[in-house]
Design a protein around this ligand. Structure first.
Ligand SMILES: [Zn+2]
Length: 150
């Protein structure tokens, strides 16, 4: 009987510490409010159409930084921006530690997400020899926001 009580107490202890951990995870983090189109790309890993409405705007932007649309984490600078003619924003490098690479659900490509909030950015392609860095981050414009250098 003593043993049963003891194991019950241990079990309850484990359960309550799990509940504490869950509570910690549920603390809401303040992110930017997303439009339905942004939610589709950033949260549900959708892809915007190439050469979309904002593509020319992207092409024309001067020096600055691209931050995550959802959490404002700085992801890319215009130094790594290049024109790949693919219709999506392209960068050949990320700001150190800002972007996380994970195997895509399709089993072939490498998905890239914001290392801070996990928001979907696009895919990274290696070995295409488009730039000296031999890397192309193919990013949805929907997932990023331009902050001009002042
Ligand atoms: Zn983010």
């Amino acid at each position: 009987m003593k043993q049963i009580v003891l194991s019950l107490l241990l079990l309850l202890g484990t359960l309550s510490s799990q509940a504490d951990q869950l509570k910690l995870k549920e603390i809401p983090i303040e992110y930017n409010t997303l439009t339905p189109d942004e939610e589709y790309v950033i949260l549900r890993k959708g892809t915007e159409r190439p050469f979309g409405a904002n593509y020319e705007e992207f092409q024309a932007q001067g020096a600055g930084t691209y931050v995550c649309r959802q959490c404002n984490n700085p992801l890319y600078t215009t130094d790594s921006k290049f024109d790949s003619h693919c219709g999506w924003p392209s960068f050949d490098d990320e700001i150190d530690g800002a972007v996380k690479r994970i195997p895509d659900a399709d089993g072939r490509r490498i998905e890239i997400v914001c290392n801070n909030c996990g928001g979907h950015l696009g895919h990274v392609f290696l070995g295409e020899r488009m730039t000296a860095k031999n890397t192309r981050h193919c990013v949805n414009y929907t997932s990023i926001k331009f902050v001009p250098k002042d």
